[in-house]
Design a binder for this molecule. Structure first.
Ligand code: XIL
Length: 410
């Protein structure tokens, strides 16, 4: 087996010898043009299979430290032996122009989730139009590389298009949501392992007794938008595992403890009302150097979900290292890796956990660099949050993840 020690030491020795940037440029020049836009009206949407040509994978090489981790040394192969699927969020924009990333994903992962391509803002340029260009390309890529797909997401407060946000109170938003779910989940029926039907519906700070977030969907439809969305998703794709996805359940502190209680009580209400759903997503956007620990609260939360007969997916894992006040890269990488381990050693101990996805693959692209909110303390320092560095070399975090998978008893 190729271990942490062999790869990380060889990596240091090989150092700058690997002219990755030049190689990536050459691959980029070989790219085929992207497909024509696939805009259509609600009623004319064809099934994805007819619409999307399979993407072709130009020859690509990874740095040798990553090449030796392909095949039986990959995360995917290790996960398979322990009843798990590993995956990552991908952005089609980044993927299409980067054959090396395509190879990395195809080699390392068994499942992908589009970072934005299935959100309302991407799919709905206008009330009467869908744009499936990017999402179809993603499904084609997944199909060509035998990857499963997670769908993300049908109802999320943070991806409501402006035309909808500003729409007249006369608009039947209830019907609009149902039609949207029928069209999108119907288009990809049979190709989606699980759908994050509802995302981040809980916000105790909004002050409601049921702890529901006063989101656009809540305000325009009412608390039963959640139930409505799950029922519509079940009608459109009865075989996809329908998932409630949320953040802020990872740490042992009063705030996250309250969030766990609130989410569990939402899940119980849904089950009492016989709402069809199968799984709970734990986003796992965690932090290096946090003053709170990860342990009892997370373990008990996952066990409660298991006892409800639901599966658990780790859906968006990454480690924000903005709080680390030292710049030394090796030290930061060690701390990030330890943070992955802290979380995964607790989460993977429960057999209800079936998959682990990171929110991105390499530090070349992470949402944590995009906005100021994740970057307050080190505004000019790119985050080293993911398993591969920005040249696709594996970091300590890669081996932490793989070791935790190997240690899983389930
Ligand atoms: C983020 C994407 O990574 C960004 O590119 C986008 O601008 C905003 O959304 N929780 C979620 C994800 O459920 O959809 C979010 O993704 C990150 C937080």
């Amino acid at each position: 087996m190729v271990t942490r020690r062999t790869v990380l030491t060889q990596g240091l020795q090989a150092g700058a010898a690997f002219a990755f940037a030049g190689f990536a440029d050459r691959c980029l020049a070989q790219q085929t043009p992207t497909a024509h836009p696939d805009e259509m009206t609600i009623t004319s949407a064809p099934h994805a299979q007819k619409a999307a040509p399979p993407s072709t994978l130009p020859p690509a090489m990874l740095p040798k430290e990553a090449e030796v981790l392909c095949g039986e040394n990959s995360l995917k192969a290790h996960a398979r032996k322990h009843g798990l699927v590993v995956g990552a969020a991908v952005s089609m924009h980044a993927l299409q122009s980067d054959p090396a990333m395509q190879r990395l994903i195809a080699e390392q992962y068994g499942i992908v989730v589009p970072e934005g391509e299935l959100k309302w803002r991407a799919l709905r340029p206008a009330q009467d139009r869908f744009d499936f260009t990017e999402s179809d390309a993603l499904f084609a890529f997944a199909k060509a590389h035998h990857l499963e797909v997670r769908g993300h997401t049908m109802a999320w407060h943070n991806s409501v298009p402006d035309w909808l946000q500003n729409s007249s109170k006369e608009l039947d938003v209830r019907q609009l949501l149902v039609d949207h779910i029928h069209t999108v989940a119907g288009r990809y029926r049979g190709y989606v392992q699980s759908w994050d039907v509802v995302n981040e519906a809980i916000l105790p700070a909004d002050g409601r007794e049921d702890n529901l977030r006063k989101s656009f969907w809540f305000e325009r439809i009412g608390p039963d938008y959640i139930e409505l969305a799950f029922r519509a998703a079940h009608e459109a794709d009865p075989h996809a595992k329908l998932t409630y996805n949320d953040y802020g359940v990872e740490y042992d502190n009063p705030e996250e403890s309250a969030r766990r209680v609130a989410i569990l009580s939402l899940l119980r209400r849904l089950q009492q009302r016989k709402v069809p759903f199968d799984a709970v997503g734990i986003q796992a956007h965690i932090k290096a150097g946090s003053t709170s620990s990860i342990g009892k609260g997370l373990a008990e939360y996952i066990e409660s979900v298991r006892q409800m007969g639901l599966e658990v997916y780790i859906t968006e894992m990454d480690v924000n290292e903005d709080d680390l006040l030292y710049d030394d890269v090796a030290r930061r990488d060690r701390e990030v890796a330890a943070t992955y381990r802290n979380f995964l050693s607790v989460a993977l101990a429960n057999p209800a956990v079936k998959s682990v996805l990171t929110w991105g693959v390499s530090d070349r692209h992470t949402w944590l660099n995009d906005g100021p909110t994740h970057h307050r303390k080190q505004p000019n320092r790119p985050q080293r949050s993911l398993p591969f560095d920005d040249n696709y070399r594996p970091k300590e975090a890669f081996f932490s993840i793989r070791d935790c998978i190997d240690e899983r008893m389930a």
